[in-house]
Ligand binder design. Sequence first.
Ligand code: PEP
Ligand code: MG
Length: 316
Amino acid sequence: QRAADLAAAITPCRTTDHVAVAVYANLGALKEAAPAIANGAEGCGLLRTEFLFLERHEPPGEDEQAREYQAIADALQGRPLAIRTLDIGGDKPIPYLPMPREDNPALGLRGLRTSLWKPELLRTQLRAILRVKPASACRILLPMVTDIEDLVTVRALLDECAKDLGIDATPALGVMIETPASAMLADQLAVHADFFSIGTNDLSQYTLAMDRGHPELAAKLDALHPAVLRLIDTISQAAHEAGREVAVCGGLASDPAAVPILVGLGIREISVVPAMIPRLKATIRTLDAQRCAELAERALTLGTATAVRQMMEAGR
Ligand code: PEP
Ligand code: MG
């Protein structure tokens, strides 16, 4: 039985009507990579690089970063690796990056905004990522994008770094869609971005105007809220129309009750907590994509996350 479980975990995953859904791992450290592969990850859909930058007195240099990213790429043995640039804000103070005090850190300098505020940090990180081999397995993911011009600025910086390093082809450059602004402008972002990854943790925080760390609101902050689902629908449609890949890497993708709806909304890639991969693959293998589309369509007409969850419980 264990051998059969293992075989099921490592084979690609299809619905009963043969729709392939790729399952990647979210990683936040080198030591998580090998267990994720053992659990059946088809690669890494989100490497949170903050682990390299926190709890130290100076930022990691280009060589150190290149070594760390390469070690993770090696552990993935040629499978895809999406490296997210630093996603840090005033809520996580680091000694070498003193931030102005902010009344609302979630609305302040964070994600890509911080990187563009300190472009030398971004340049170092981009150069380190460009050095990873095989380059074809590597992708770059930008967090907290709200402004198309920011993406254009990073693209120019990436091209400049590649030229300096004598590299001809740059890796795919994608954006996290995790604000209502980027969701609503997904069609225009698709002109400049090579791929999308939907961060449902922040997308629901900003859509529902609920702090994702607030203990009193935790039970109410549910990414299955129809307002969030409508945005995911908008993003998915924009991506498909533009011929761009779109993944979901936020916590919603690790929720077995939500996966049928994501598949129904046209999502064909998820990136999840590594320990959940076998269970999520088993769930996907029981799904019928046509039926998922019907469930998703119905979910979009409902008024609350509770109603969506009740529909899922009743319908399955
Ligand atoms: C998200 O916001 O959904 C996401 C994946 O990014 P993080 O949780 O690191 O903010
Ligand atoms: Mg996020």
